[in-house]
Write a protein that binds this ligand. Structure first.
Ligand SMILES: [Zn+2]
Length: 233
């Protein structure tokens, strides 16, 4: 598995692809990859491991919809494809993104790269050891404001995703309103993944209740708190 990831990162590092929806050229790791089945079905490449020709798209339902309406997948794969459902694709991608977020959090927790709770998080910001702060979606707005203000001073990104119960799974199994990730590489990957998931969830919600029913899992895109992710919001 580690090898796959390395291979994936190696393949992805430094290259650019054009989104089949908006036609913008972007770094490959900011795009989602889709492949085609032998039956002409467009499939999401959820783990970046499927072989064959790929088409790339921004993690945004608008780009998926544009790609479908312009028949861009047929052009990208140079064959006739069955038009995929953009909402279904959003759901599949965000679900696999959440799996990755959970697995990264579990690794970070096991490795001691997490500071949990308000005081520990504030201390890690002051000591400059926090690389990413995750606020529970149901954390109080007073806490969110305080943490965001302090994180902003040291340019630590703050992401708001998952509930207190969900975040608590990575620390003593008790509800947790805020945590800081101290490993820079893990924080960077988490940050990117969360950005993708938040933007895909907007699309997922358009056509389905899946995410409101999903183990109490919710996400919010708090623009005031995350100026660096506004572009994908
Ligand atoms: Zn796009």
């Amino acid at each position: 598995m580690a090898r796959d990831r390395r291979k994936r990162n190696g393949r992805r590092a430094g290259s650019f692809r054009t989104c089949v929806g908006c036609r913008e050229k972007k770094p490959i790791d900011e795009l989602l990859r889709l492949v085609i089945s032998p039956e002409g079905k467009v499939l999401p490449d959820l783990y970046g491991r499927l072989p064959g020709r790929g088409a790339h798209v921004c993690p945004d339902i608008k780009c998926l919809e544009m790609a479908v309406s312009r028949n861009a997948f047929s052009r990208a794969f140079k064959c006739r494809v069955q038009a995929p459902d953009p909402v279904e694709l959003c759901q599949a991608f965000s679900k696999s993104g959440i799996e990755r977020i959970r697995s990264m959090l579990a690794t970070a927790a096991r490795s001691g790269w997490i500071k949990a709770g308000r005081d520990a998080v504030r201390m890690s910001i002051r000591k400059d050891s926090a690389s990413l702060i995750m606020l529970a979606q149901d954390s109080s707005s007073a806490l969110a404001k305080q943490i965001s203000r302090e994180a902003e001073r040291t340019h630590v990104p703050v992401k708001r995703i998952l509930t207190k119960t969900e975040l608590g799974k990575y620390h003593k199994a008790r509800p947790l309103a805020v945590l800081a990730v101290t490993h820079r590489g893990v924080a960077k990957r988490l940050s990117k993944e969360i950005g993708h998931v938040l933007s895909l969830m907007v699309g997922s919600r358009k056509g389905s209740k899946l995410y409101s029913d999903h183990n109490g899992l919710t996400a919010s895109d708090d623009r005031g708190m995350m100026p660096q992710t506004q572009a994908s919001a």
